[in-house]
Design a protein around this ligand. Structure first.
Ligand code: ATP
Length: 239
């Protein structure tokens, strides 16, 4: 059964409204169902990061609102928004953003520590995630001892640790070579297929676009194309 996880209504974003306004998003409507693997593409400056920031509650729209599982996050303020993000949304960034002094295990565990999850639960979840990203042997390595691809896989595991509603990834393969990008996509697609994890990511990378199940194209802050999955892909979707 389909379940809407992200519902963006009539979103617009105007930066520098009082000086020289930049219309970064223009009346965008977007609905994402649980289990989607969706790429947002578009030329530089078309509004991809702005859209992800709105969906992730990292910035406020100038107009419209975003519902995550029926919670209007645009209306949430302060600690309520921070708590909602922590518990519901996983973020993956182009530059990995791992904490340099922490090991792979500690980076993955970090958000669960903020959530005061019991030690036993944390250890179990970290072990499970390290296995899923194929990095059980790197548990005690610090980011500097890992390749870019390995760091990004740890970043995906960290985002998944608190069992969020979905993962938002802003250009996750931008700093990776072809092999590392393919490996990361393999891990993300496996998590999508086997655990029904919802991924929404922005990308310029054709290799990533080719493997997405739904591709949304932005131009000048507007959705100009939204390719639905083919019939066969749709069946896979509904599995
Ligand atoms: N904080 C900001 N202040 C002012 N203008 C901004 C800000 N952030 C983005 N913009 C402008 O908003 C528009 C959309 O930017 P955005 O970063 O969302 O595009 P993008 O598609 O993610 O680009 P890229 O692919 O280069 O990352 C651009 O014109 C950009 O210059």
């Amino acid at each position: 059964m389909k379940e809407t996880v992200i519902d963006a209504h009539n979103l617009s974003k105007i930066y520098d409204e009082k000086t020289i306004p930049v219309y970064a998003l223009n009346n965008v409507h977007l609905h994402i169902q649980r289990g989607e693997f969706t790429a947002i593409k578009g030329p530089s400056g078309s509004g991809k990061t702005t859209l992800l920031n709105m969906i992730g509650g990292l910035d406020n729209p100038s107009g419209g609102f975003v519902e995550i599982n029926d919670t209007n996050i645009t209306a949430l303020k302060g600690n309520r928004l921070i708590d909602f993000r922590l518990n519901n949304i996983g973020f993956v960034f182009q530059s990995y953003n791992l904490i340099p002094v922490l090991t792979a295990k500690e980076n993955i565990e970090f958000i669960m520590l903020l959530q005061n999850r019991p030690k036993e639960e944390r250890e179990k979840r970290v072990a499970e995630l390290l296995k899923q990203i194929g990095m059980e042997d790197k548990v005690d390595k610090r980011p500097v001892e890992l390749s870019g691809g390995q760091q990004q896989r740890v970043a995906v595991a960290r985002a998944l640790a608190p069992k969020p509603q979905f993962i938002l990834a802003d250009e996750p393969t931008a700093n990776l070579d072809s092999i590392a990008a393919e490996n990361l996509l393999d891990v993300m697609l496996k998590l999508n297929k086997e655990e029904n994890i919802t991924f929404v990511f922005s990308t310029h990378d054709q290799r990533v676009i080719n493997r997405a199940r739904r591709v949304i194209t932005l131009e000048d802050g507007k959705i100009v194309a939204d390719t639905a999955p083919t019939k066969i892909e749709h069946l896979l979707y509904e599995k």
